[in-house]
Design a protein around this ligand. Sequence first.
Ligand SMILES: [Zn+2]
Ligand SMILES: [Zn+2]
Length: 389
Amino acid sequence: MIEEKAYGMKEELILIRRALHKIPETEFEEFKTSDFIREKLNEYGIPYEVVCKTGTVATIHGKNNDKTVLLRADIDGLPINDESKFEIKSEREGFMHACGHDIHAACLLGTLKLLNEIKGTLNGNVKCIFQPAEEGNGGALPMIEENIMENPHVDAAFALHVEPLEQTGNIQIKDGPIMASPDDFKIVVHGVGGHGAYPEKCVNPLSVCAAILNKYHNVPEEYGLPCVVTICSLNGGTCRNAVPDTAVMTGTARSADKKTRKSLINILREIADNTAADMGASIEFDFNILFPPVINDASMNDIIKQSAVKLDCVKNVIILDKPSMAGDDFAYFGEKVPASYFKLGVGNVKKDAVYPIHSPKFIADEDALPIGCALMAQIAADYLDTFNA
Ligand SMILES: [Zn+2]
Ligand SMILES: [Zn+2]
């Protein structure tokens, strides 16, 4: 029944997705996006609360009030110019839904509409949250701090994320860590500037940056750690013949387990300190701790697998052998309750149109919309049936 209802809504899901696709907005400025979502909820007759300005929480109360399952969609876009060949373009210059959060929001609106129609059969409550700022400093934690895990108390949480490198109809899942902690850092190197003709009289901060960069990129192998360290910007100097006093380097340091994450911070600080000291420079090291890794609960994954089998539209459940080194602040829900985050294949587009998320050419297959919608609804119903028995 759930699958039929989801496919019955396919055209509507596409219209919703396209409307959101045109108006990508970033970090707590998702005003038009959240207005659109709330108008749809009004149309469906589903009550909601506004949380953290652009966040929305809508709860469906089933026949039994013991358990509540949370479903989450993130809603923000990226400051990336839309260069895709998709027929619908972003109408905001310099901004794009390049991470598919428009798909997530459309699927969840569909799930809400669908579950609202069958709420008399639901064995508990379904709390759906439309979360801002996933791409920025995170909207999950501020929403949790506004008490969204209570009234009614949330017992488990699920989220999906589009994956353009997977075929439409397939989902990807993994027990334990599935996404990394996407921490980042900034290093300011203070050297001694001077004339480019006399490098021996200078301490070139760019040389110090280069030395640190090389050592950083070798960290995963040298320390045998499951992590990535990538330098993403290096700035210093103003002309061709003068050594600057300072240079600034930024990058990202990612790992999917808490132990590695902790040792990585110390290793990076020590390398930067020692390298600079050996070369006669000094540094300011600023490490920005972002989201924890996303850790999937095996019994919640079992619910997803069980739900997937019930839906003809889900062809394969692919078990990933290692976590992605991207991050997602859905991790904070997993720190509160058993949770699972899975990837929804959206990759059935023309062969030369397959690009990863965050590419300005990213395209998602809209045939995945009813699949995501049906699967989220099925998971919610199955979770409640299993844990509210
Ligand atoms: Zn993203
Ligand atoms: Zn994303």
